[in-house]
Write a protein that binds this ligand. Structure first.
Ligand code: KIV
Ligand code: NA
Length: 265
């Protein structure tokens, strides 16, 4: 079992992918990926929403439970969804705790800001490991007005660096840096002792994370910083069309896929 301490000590680049269901999580785990993130990207990737805003605790808890059942080795980290934290401290702790107690996650990830430093410290104290998340924080889509790259000025980059250090100080075991210039990814990685996992943050972080739908080529399109390493969408389309054609043409089920007991009916 990979633990948060293992990630901290690992010399090799850390690999992380999202997963939201058991069969995908099983493949990710069998491939030796270090950590599976049950991201709130499940809103877009699996539930058909156009943002992560509508994702609920029930959505993340159900997906986390499926992933945790399928994973033997990888560290399972779950996202706290929009407004499940940062409003009422007691409720934030209860929601994070639910993902460990009921769903089987080993850690939570929180889209971070000045308002999550105290919460990170509290959760760490009670035994809930926290991964921070800075740069582009998609739950702020309505405040930002989109999904633009963050930390694009020296002033903004310095703010990110300060917040990263504050979360490390508060006890975060790691940090996701999303969609920032590569020099920001490099500078934050250099400044922190805890592992920095990048997505759209360049090659100089301690590890990389992608949304699994993007990585396997299931998403209709991928962000500029992501890459499809396969064509699952094409494979699924071909299989679905072949099934439809076979039924319509009467070639499925054939004798090989039909069973007879020789009944006289
Ligand atoms: O929800 C998610 O998939 C994430 C990763 C992109 C880091 O937060
Ligand atoms: Na997320």
């Amino acid at each position: 079992m990979v633990t948060v301490a293992d990630l901290r000590e690992q010399d090799e680049p850390i690999t992380m992918l999202t997963a939201y269901d058991a069969p995908t999580a099983e493949l990710v785990d069998e491939a030796g990926i270090d950590s599976v993130l049950v991201g709130d990207s499940l809103g877009n990737a699996m539930l058909g929403y156009d943002s992560t805003i509508p994702v609920t605790m029930d959505d993340v808890a159900r997906a986390t439970a499926a992933v945790a059942r399928a994973v033997d080795e990888a560290l399972v980290i779950s996202d706290l969804p929009f407004l499940s934290y940062g409003v009422d401290p007691a409720e934030s702790v209860a929601n994070a705790g639910r993902l460990l107690k009921e769903a089987g996650a080993q850690a939570v990830k929180i889209e971070s800001g000045p308002h999550t430093v105290e919460l990170t410290e509290r959760l760490t104290q009670v035994g809930i490991p926290v991964m921070a998340h800075l740069g582009l924080t998609p739950q702020h889509v309505h405040g930002i007005g989109g999904y633009a790259r963050q930390g694009t000025t020296e002033e903004q980059a310095a703010e990110i660096l300060d917040l990263a250090e504050a979360h490390q100080e508060a006890g975060a075991f790691g940090l996701v840096m999303e969609h920032v210039p590569r020099e920001v990814g490099a500078a934050v990685t250099e400044a922190l002792e805890i592992p920095v996992i990048g997505i759209g943050a360049g090659p100089d972080t301690d590890g990389q994370v992608l949304v699994v739908n993007d990585a396997v080529g299931l998403s209709p399109s991928v962000p500029s910083f992501a890459r499809a390493f396969g064509d699952v969408r094409g494979e699924m389309r071909d299989a679905i069309e072949a099934y439809r054609d076979a039924v319509v043409e009467g070639t499925f089920p054939d004798d090989d896929h039909s069973h007879s007991e020789g009944l006289d009916l």
